[in-house]
Design a binder for this molecule. Structure first.
Ligand code: GLU
Length: 506
């Protein structure tokens, strides 16, 4: 509820013309935050009046992407358990193409009161008018050629089958409204052309439908991208024409997401669809955290937020006027912070599907004699070692594929594993001593700390002599997690197998 006891009702109103872009997720997120913060409702409405641009399945995919991000729809379009589209709420239909009779009623009302009129101008004529205006350095706008057609003339043309649109007659004067982010906006009405509100196919335009729907659905706040700010005066005039000005929603326009060159982010920059980020393995909460900070500033030092924290701290007055810059390094950093905070079980549950997509893991599953439960345990240990450095789930195992290989598959040269001036003899001796130490560690003491303690005791001052070859032997790599961590993950048996197989090669 707001100060006037009015329910806070926000809506995300995508056009199903493609994938959910991260700019769209940002809009939906702020709608959601404002609704949740005020115990209001977040509504999903589908704006499909532009019939030429519809993409099959786009609505379902958008809803799935929102759900993945934790942005839960209270009312409007949802999907049911079977994945089919379903509607919830008493202000439906929530798909504009199913509301044509509603729009027609309101369009007729404007025509009957002289606030809208039929226009029969052909596209060719309109292009001609535009061309002349451009030549005369005038802003392009409809020249009102059809404004004064008599009802009889209109009737005749309709009966003759002429194609027409309905235009809204922009009244004289100045239109002013308050935007919650951009402040007062004022335009001279003469700069606005007589807007088409119904197209020749009988569908309303966005401008008409958005006003009628936001009013009938009792939307309290229209949150949307700044690209719609210039259209808002037209909407305000429609609210006035219908006599709805008093209940007009508040407008909250959000600055666009920018690329590093401070230009509007576009598809050319690489991944911009939510599905891409999801497939790349960023945790949903990390992407949400990142996007929230592109439009809002908590005005504190805090940078890492859960959804709950965002809801608690969200405040429209802290929304940014300037567009946030989309910086992948920052996303990686935020994502790493979220992954570091996860429990191992959570990391496993979210990450395993990504690991399962890797060939090296599939190969491991084919070769291993471990049971399903042991495999799960094994992967969790690997995650424990990798957790600190992961910034997305697709990175799991990538740097440490040796965990998924057999001793025989580790490919390295014996010459590389000698520490500094040491020769093969020295290395072999060190490995034999390590083997003995490992043999003597009881299974129940096989922890990273204990292994470390034992190995350091063995090595004394000569750490390199022991740990350098051991790392190679266990991982087949010069750079890896510490040999203590690796031994712990591999377990006593497999660690010994790797050591022995190298000793045998000398
Ligand atoms: N259907 C419009 C879009 O896809 C919605 C604009 C609005 O929120 O008013 O961007």
């Amino acid at each position: 509820m707001d100060k006037n006891n009015k329910e806070i009702r926000t809506r995300f109103a995508p056009s199903p013309t493609g994938e959910l872009h991260i700019g769209g997720l940002k809009t939906a997120l702020f709608d959601y935050l404002l609704a949740r913060k005020n115990n209001g409702s977040f509504i999903l409405r589908v704006e499909d009046t532009d019939r030429k641009r519809l993409v099959e399945g786009a609505v379902e995919r958008m809803i799935a992407d929102l759900a993945w991000g934790g942005v839960k729809v209270d009312e409007g379009m949802k999907v049911d358990q079977n994945g089919a589209l379903a509607e919830v709420g008493k202000y439906g239909p929530y798909i504009q193409s199913e509301r044509l009779d509603i729009y027609k009623k309101y369009i007729d009302q404007l025509i009957d009161t002289g606030k809208a009129y039929h226009c029969f101008c052909s596209p060719e004529r309109l292009a001609e008018v535009r061309k002349t205006q451009q030549q005369n350095k005038q802003a392009p706008k409809y020249d009102r050629h059809c404004l004064n057609l008599s009802p009889e003339e209109v009737q005749k043309k309709i009966e003759a089958g002429e194609s027409y649109v309905i235009r809204f007659k922009i009244p004289e004067g100045i239109t002013t409204f308050e935007d919650e982010v951009f402040g007062e906006v004022s335009v001279k009405n003469e700069t606005l052309g007589d807007q088409v509100i119904m197209k020749s196919d009988g569908f309303p335009t966005y401008h008409l439908a958005v006003v009628v729907d936001d009013h009938l659905m009792k939307i309290s706040h229209v949150i949307r991208g700044a690209e719609w700010l210039p259209s808002t005066p037209k909407h305000v005039l429609l609210y006035e024409a219908f006599g709805w000005k008093k209940e007009m929603p508040k407008f909250v326009h959000m600055a666009n997401i920018l690329n590093k060159n401070k230009k509007k982010l576009s598809k050319r920059e690489g991944s911009v669809s939510v599905a891409d980020f999801r497939e790349e393995g960023y945790p949903a909460e990390a992407l949400i955290n990142f996007i929230a900070l592109l439009g809002w500033n908590p005005k504190t030092e805090q940078e890492i937020f859960t959804m709950e924290e965002l809801i608690k701290q969200f405040d429209v007055t802290k929304m940014n006027r300037a567009g946030g810059v989309f910086d992948l390094d920052r996303l990686s950093w935020i994502s790493n912070q979220h992954i570091k905070k996860m429990s191992i079980d959570d990391l496993y549950n979210q990450g395993i599907e990504f690991l399962e997509k890797q060939d090296f893991y599939q190969q491991f599953l084919k070769n291993t004699s471990l049971t399903t439960a042991e495999i799960k345990n094994y992967v969790k240990k690997i995650l424990k070692v990798e957790q600190e450095r992961l910034s997305k789930f697709t990175e799991i195992g990538i740097e440490n594929k040796f965990f998924f290989k057999t001793a025989e598959e580790l490919d390295f040269s014996l010459e590389d594993i000698n520490w500094k001036e040491n020769n093969a003899e020295d290395t072999k001796k060190a490995l034999i001593e390590i083997e003995e130490v490992f043999q003597n560690i009881p299974e129940e003491k096989w922890t990273e700390e204990y292994i470390q303690e034992q190995l350091l005791e063995l090595a004394g001052e000569k750490r390199g002599d022991y740990l350098f070859p051991l790392r190679w032997v266990l991982s087949g790599q010069q750079k890896s997690p510490s040999p203590f961590e690796i031994s712990w993950v591999l377990g006593k048996e497999e660690s010994l197998r790797r050591i022995q197989s190298v000793i045998n090669k000398f």
